[in-house]
Design a protein around this ligand. Structure first.
Ligand code: IDP
Ligand code: MG
Length: 149
């Protein structure tokens, strides 16, 4: 099944939104396969956000993502990347639909609570940045047959 990387960014951790983010993804039915609380180094941040290097918000983005602990997770489901992107809502929270994480908890693009990989290729790259293979847990839930076809 497909994997995607999810970060609860420093603002989400500071605001006590780790639980609500996890709850939404758990209740949706996705399966959690890895999770940790950590500080992101400047080096790791520049790798994770390398695609944005040179953009006007890049330095501020690195300041933001390294400003406090994050919770980094890998979630599993068929089509996990798109499912999580939709659950997160638009990058700019003012444009995010109510019912999405950003649409319910955030207002500004530089304080938008969560990150989710934007393609399967990006997911594989990002998961490799944050986790070693041995940290991904293969497991089943008794409820899986009621969630996955
Ligand atoms: P995404 O997080 O929805 O994938 P990206 O375009 O990949 O959005 O941007 C990465 C992150 O950079 C955003 O989540 C947001 O925190 C930040 N960002 C994007 N555009 C801006 C901007 O115009 N100003 C400030 N921060 C931005
Ligand atoms: Mg992105």
């Amino acid at each position: 099944m497909d994997h995607t990387l999810v970060l609860v960014k420093p603002d989400g951790v500071q605001r006590g939104l780790v639980g609500p983010v996890i709850t939404r993804l758990e209740q949706r039915g996705l399966r959690l396969v890895a999770m940790k609380l950590m500080m992101i180094s400047r080096e790791l941040a520049s790798q994770h956000y390398g695609v944005h290097e040179g953009k006007p918000f890049y330095d501020g983005l690195l300041d933001y993502i390294t400003s406090g602990p994050v919770v980094v997770m890998v979630w599993e489901a068929a089509g996990a990347v798109a499912v999580v992107r939709k659950a997160m809502g638009a990058t700019r929270p003012a444009e995010a639909e109510p019912g999405t994480i950003r649409g319910d908890y955030a207002l500004e693009v530089g304080r938008n609570i969560v990150h989710g990989s934007d393609s399967q290729e990006t997911a594989a790259f990002e998961i490799g940045l944050f986790f070693s293979d041995g940290e991904l847990v293969e497991w089943g839930r008794s409820v899986d047959r009621w969630v996955f076809e």
